[in-house]
Each structure stands twice: as C-alpha cells, then as structure tokens.
Design a protein around this ligand. Sequence first.
Ligand SMILES: Cc1cc2nc3c(=O)[nH]c(=O)nc-3n(C[C@H](O)[C@H](O)[C@H](O)COP(=O)(O)OP(=O)(O)OC[C@H]3O[C@@H](n4cnc5c(N)ncnc54)[C@H](O)[C@@H]3O)c2cc1C
Length: 416
Amino acid sequence: MQRYSLFSLARNALTSHRNWQAAWRSPPLRDHYDVIIIGAGGHGLATAYYLAKNHGITNVAVLERGWLGGGNIARNTVTIRANYLRDESLPFFVKSVQLYEGLGRDLNYNIMFSQRSMIDVVQTYPKMRDLKRRMLAMDIYGSTYEPISVAELRRRIPSLTGGGPDSRLPIIGGMVHPNAGVARHDAIAWGLARGADDYGVEMHQNTPVEKLLRRSDGSIAGVATPRGDVFADRVAVVVSGHTTTLTETIGLRLPLRTYNLSAFVSEPVQPFIDVVVNCPDSGFYLSQSDKGELVIGGATDPQQSFRRGIKESVFEETVSGMLELFPSFKRLKLLRQWGGSLDFAHDASPIVSKCDVPGLYLSCGWWGGFKAVPAGGLTLAHLIATDQPHPLIESFSLDRFNRLDYVIESGLTSTR
Ligand SMILES: Cc1cc2nc3c(=O)[nH]c(=O)nc-3n(C[C@H](O)[C@H](O)[C@H](O)COP(=O)(O)OP(=O)(O)OC[C@H]3O[C@@H](n4cnc5c(N)ncnc54)[C@H](O)[C@@H]3O)c2cc1C
C-alpha cells in the first residue's frame, strides 16, 4: 500500500497528483470465497479489515449494492461517545472510542477524529437523575461524565441564550462527556476499505445481494446477486436498516424494526461551537463541522418505514426545540437534509451474533452505530473467525430474545 505522508504528498505534487495509486482495486467477482460480507458500510468494512488484520482471513468479498460507504456511514451525524448505562454496553462502547483514538494511525488515513467533548443540556430533574446514574456506571468502566453548572454551560456554549429561568423548560444544569467527539464519516469507510484491500480483501460495488442461499442441511451456501451466485461457508449480513429484507429470503425472522432517522445542515458560518451539544429534553443535538455547517439531528420518524428522507413534523419539532434554546439560530439558512434507514432491536441494543443457520452471522440493530464501527468490526471478525463470541458482545447475541435476557439501553435519545 502506498503510504500517505507529507513526503508522498510533496512527491506527488511534482507530478500534478497524477500517479497516486487507487485506494482499492476492482477485481473481477469470483464464485467462491472463504467469507462473504454483505454491505460495505462502516461495520462491513471494519469487519473485513479486522478479519484480515487480526485473523489472517483474506479470501473475503465485501458485496455492496450501491457504492462503497454510501449508506448510513455517509448519512450520520458522526457523534462518537460512550455514555451508556448498562454493564453489557459500557465496555463495548468504551473500547470503540479507544479504537477510534488510534484508528487514523492504524489505517494511515486522516479520519479527522476530533475528541471535542459532548455537553448535555439538561432541563428536567428526571433526566438529570438518569444522567447522574449513568455517570456512576460509567465511572466503573473508565469513561468520564461530569456535572457542570448552568453558568459553566453558558460559558462553554455562548450561543445558548434560551432556557432562562422564565422559559417553558429552564436549563437546570449540564453533563460533560470529554471522551466524546466526531470523525469524518467518509474517511472511516475509505480508510477501512483501503486497509482491507491492502490485505487482499475484495470490495465489489454495484453488487446487490438478492437472496441468501442455503444447503440442504440448512447451513449457509452463499448469496444470489445479479452478477451470479457467489458461494462461501461463512456469510455476514451487515446491511444496517435492510437486514430483515435479506434474512426473510430464508425465512429467518428477527426482532427488528426499521425506522427513518433524519438530519440536516445549515449554511457554513464562522466557528462558534467547539463541542457536540445534546439537548435530550428538547429532542435535538448539534455540532459544527469543519466546513462551518451546523449539523443538526433529532428523533426518528414515529412510524416504521424504509424511506430515507425528512418528515415535516419531525423537522418542525427538532427546529422548534432548537430555537427555544438557541433563538439566534433563526437567522441561519438550511442547506441540505436527508435520512437513513436504521434497524432497532426491541431492547435498543445491537445484535452481533450467530443464528440458527450455521455459517450465517448478523450485525444489526445499530441504533447509533457510527460510534460502534471499530468495536463492531473487531468483534464480528472475531465471531466469524472463531465461531465464538468476543467477550465484548456476549450479551448482544440473538439468543437473548429467547431467554428474555434483554439489554435495555436507550442511550441518550436525541444523540445517536
Ligand atoms: C441521520 C442519521 C444520523 C446518525 N447519527 C449518528 C451519530 O451521530 N452517531 C452514531 O454513532 N450513529 C449515528 N447514526 C447511525 C449510524 O449511521 C448507523 O448505525 C451505522 O452507520 C450503521 O452501520 P453501517 O455503517 O455499517 O451502515 P451502512 O453504511 O448503512 O452500511 C450498510 C450497507 O449495506 C448496503 N446494503 C444494503 N442492502 C444490501 C444488499 N441487499 N446487498 C448488498 N449491500 C446492501 C447498503 O447500501 C450500505 O452501504 C445515524 C444515522 C442516521 C441515518
């Protein structure tokens, strides 16, 4: 792999940047691999990367129906954090943030990771109690969450001028999560793809998987695509909101529902917010991108669907909540809006698991799965390579729904 550095940049400048190697190859699709990964999003690519890097399994094809990194990895609002509550979730998300800290160096790719902190603006006492409970749980696992006063909150976010004592929901305090940050979504996908390609993994874009194929003994045989059937003894479904559309092709029903989650950005403005701001009581969150745009998100659509857009009522609720706390933002023009399909398990925790079909592995239920990309890939790769769950995902098995052993973890509802 051609290394990226100041020297390679300078050397390539001398030839007008015409001699850069392609970041990944486009080899012909073969009809047999050791492992097929369906979905070239963050989790699929991270799985491919760690399968090759940690387990030496390189005869791997990643099949992507569109273009690499064009799904939710390209659509999310890039918040990375580990302020979870449950003993099952916390070590996983703490590990994921730690992996993010070293990922740029590991991949030799600038993922623009900026650990800028997240501040929760709290407006109700039940929410404050909930967050303080989280703080105590997080303390055990080495993740930091600290209360701050209203005065300190306003000092750190000067544009937060609403929510005064006479308002409908006055601000009563804040919580700071210093480990939280943001990273560039495309760079995560491209860096992981380049890293996996360097080990020999093949990425095949424009290759939609139409159905899963089983042998007569019930085990997985491979997948059907418009480019022909492709066979493998191990197949991983890593397609985010579209998991059920694939698993139902072999009659496998999962405890998942798909919802549209939307976001929007403002026109670029001068830098004025240097943290991720989360307002769980008002139902929105925002951060400022390196380009200067405000990146704003709210809740999911109330109904299940596979649509990817913005719903007028969700948009209105998000904007009205935001303007109560940040009245000066009413002068901002909005630039773009979009949505993405996410699948939710009934307990709001992910499923990284084997299932009743031998050789078939699932990674789904990623409600807020951008932050989980490195640990999700690391642990799914371990599962595929060893057929045993990594200790970090033992509680995220599909079997927990049979045992009623749920991991009820809603995270913080307005920040994914
Ligand atoms: C608006 C929005 C904001 C979000 N904000 C955050 C956030 O701030 N923080 C956070 O942690 N998470 C956030 N998320 C969630 C996060 O984006 C997802 O949980 C995560 O990206 C899912 O994993 P992925 O990257 O592998 O998914 P994807 O990138 O969606 O990858 C799945 C891939 O599978 C492909 N695929 C689907 N069906 C097939 C098929 N039949 N054959 C072949 N390929 C197929 C898709 O094209 C896609 O490329 C947000 C999501 C949205 C929509």
